[in-house]
Write a protein that binds this ligand. Sequence first.
Ligand SMILES: Cc1ncc(COP(=O)(O)O)c(C=O)c1O
Length: 390
Amino acid sequence: MTVYLDNAATANPKAPGVAAAMARSVGELNANPGHGGHHLAMDAALAVFEARATLAALLGVGDPRRLVFTAGATAALNQAITGSLPGAGHVICTTWEHNAVLRPLSAWRARTGGEVTVLAPAGARQLGAEDVVAALRPDTRLVVFTAASNVTGVLTPVLEVGEELRRRGIRFLVDGAQVAGHLPVLLDDAPIDLWACPGHKGLLGPQGVGLLYVAPGVEMEPLLLGGSGVRSEEETPPGELPERFEAGTLNTPGILGLGAAAAFLADQGLGALRAREVERHAQLVEGLRGIKGLELFTADDPTRGVGVVALRVAGWPSGAVAEILDQRFGVCVRGGLHCAPLAHAALGTAPDGAARLSLGPFTTRQEVEAGVEALRWVAVRTPERAAREG
Ligand SMILES: Cc1ncc(COP(=O)(O)O)c(C=O)c1O
């Protein structure tokens, strides 16, 4: 039996319709969209256009060309960070950032001598817009905020931060990896300049495709240079979106799969899916709170999180918890640092990390119960006793 509680890593299952759309791409529509004028290439281009339009409608983007397809959130964040920072200066981010943010920033710092301020919460108080305002400097070029921690699932105040930054004309990049598809986000209305997210988590699409939203007026250098199917006679990349940031052949199967997922989400309504996630999150936390020896890291109120709970079991390394849940109970969770080392440092769970349970819109009541029961078994044993019991 498999009980999949690792949706923050990638959604499982994917939305209905994803596999069929991908099969159609490699079957009926097998041509290069935007890189050819024959009828099959045009049909593929039209299908990509439709997928982009469906995603734009879901994410509140009036002009679909502002949604750039990337290879994932990591590719989108690299483009946004490196493309926004041609020289030295100052950047603000938070302790909750994923390595997809921290590593490009670290490379930029090493390359240019730029400086990064990493904001960390003080005690139990969450980071607020006032912390960002207090850290601003005359040379601050960019602020990067994850919209929700991938370790705890706790939402951050990105809209409040964005309001402050917009008033001051400072570029704001949001890592929406854990929020896209979980919460209704209307990007054109939000004070956000750049928004990155993968297609394979809350948007319920396939791996290998993601999105970068580029707000009007935001200029940056493209990271990937190559064929764009337009203005081939020029040495430099085209200026227009989305081609400026989409060099090379697109991941058409991934894009069509993601388009089908977006259509499913729009049809179901993000609000309805969210209500189910909040209910399961509450069930999970209630079940886990009843187990002695567990320390939980999650939103106090499920409406302030995205269905993620990290935990430590007294006496157990997090990897051993994940391993025994998998091997003995078929429960898939993730141990370790979740590519977010500073988050674990802030929580006091470094260097071992935590076991993370993360829900999706298809997670059932029974699956949550199975996860809780498996942890109840672990919590009353030492790793040695569990090993003896096989
Ligand atoms: C907060 C956050 N940012 C960025 C990423 C990177 O996403 P991807 O690996 O799909 O590029 C993840 C994935 O785990 C994440 O949780």
